[in-house]
Design a binder for this molecule. Structure first.
Ligand SMILES: O=C(O)CCC(=O)C(=O)O
Length: 246
């Protein structure tokens, strides 16, 4: 897949782009089975539902509590890297980032089960500074709707650099106040991947249905041509590691 000029424009202008059918139904099913198995076996690191705040997460394995998130997924099973490197997705990432692409291991790198009753995910940005951006990727393993807590975005907010200070870097906020009137829901099908600039303000709704709304979130960026050649917190998904000097 190659992006059209219009899709490039929209990613740049609005800060996000939905890539349809990036994962096959078979791959989504294999991921869901693996996730359910690992949640059932309570394989750490995990985030569980906080008994004091139903619907919200608390890190750690809390006995008897529902597992709502699996962390460090790329180290759990090669299947997750297979999804991270899905050819239709990598083709779009290479269009946006150039030929050499890393998936970062120390940002996101988790699966959210978003079970029935899961609370909203507060508005936030994904990076602490505009000069170290990532592309965030939400992989929908099940359809995402208004009822089950789809992702919401504030189009164009990646350009609001002055606003950044109010969030204290990688900040979360309960509401956008009046700006919330400009936010849009992203309705997605299982297998779609939402790519967005890590500076884009985004969140997710509560799950009001009786089923899960599972998704995996990862972060990507271009291989850092200014950085060290060994990158323990990154894994190459396309191209090669380049280090350029002037
Ligand atoms: O699952 C979503 O809709 C958003 C995910 C997200 O923002 C995150 O995992 O940090």
């Amino acid at each position: 897949m190659t992006l059209t000029a219009e899709e490039f424009f929209l990613f740049d202008h609005n800060g996000y782009l939905l890539v349809s059918h990036a994962l096959t139904p078979a791959l989504c099913q294999r991921l869901i089975s693996t996730i359910l198995q690992q949640a059932e076996q309570r394989i750490p690191p995990l985030v569980c539902e906080d008994p004091d705040r139903p619907g919200y997460g608390k890190p750690g394995d809390l006995p008897g509590a529902r597992v709502i998130r699996l962390s460090k997924v790329l180290a759990r099973d090669p299947l997750f890297l297979e999804a991270a490197s899905a050819p239709p997705l990598v083709a779009v990432l290479q269009d946006l980032l150039g030929p050499h692409v890393d998936v970062v291991l120390n940002r996101h790198n988790h699966v959210t089960l978003r079970p029935p009753g899961a609370a909203q995910l507060e508005w936030h940005r994904d990076v602490a500074n505009w000069s170290r951006p990532i592309i965030s990727a939400v992989f929908y393993l099940e359809d995402a709707s208004l009822e089950n807590g789809c992702t919401w975005v504030l189009p164009g907010s990646q350009h609001m650099l002055a606003y950044h200070a109010k969030l204290e870097g990688h900040g979360r906020m309960d509401s956008l106040a009046r700006l919330g009137q400009q936010a849009l829901p992203v309705l997605a099908k299982a297998g779609d991947v939402l790519l967005f600039n890590g500076l884009l303000l985004h969140g997710a709704g509560a799950n009001h249905t009786q089923a899960t709304r599972m998704s995996m979130t990862l972060g990507y960026h271009a291989v850092d041509e200014l950085g060290a050649t060994e990158e323990p917190h990154k894994s190459l998904v396309a191209g090669e590691r380049v280090l350029r000097h002037n």
